[in-house]
Design a protein around this ligand. Structure first.
Ligand SMILES: [Zn+2]
Length: 46
């Protein structure tokens, strides 16, 4: 399962049995599930 850190935006692989969902890079404890469609809609305001 892939997550991404809300703080440093890095992708974090959470293995099964991991005691807590926590970013190994910055220690932030707010990770969000990385959706298959992480498409940022870029609408040109022109
Ligand atoms: Zn992080």
């Amino acid at each position: 399962m892939a997550y991404y850190c809300l703080r440093c935006k890095k992708t974090v692989e959470i293995k099964t049995g991991y005691p807590s969902v926590r970013c190994p890079y910055c220690g932030y404890r707010a990770l969000k599930k990385e959706r298959p469609t992480v498409v940022v809609k870029k609408l040109k305001a022109e």
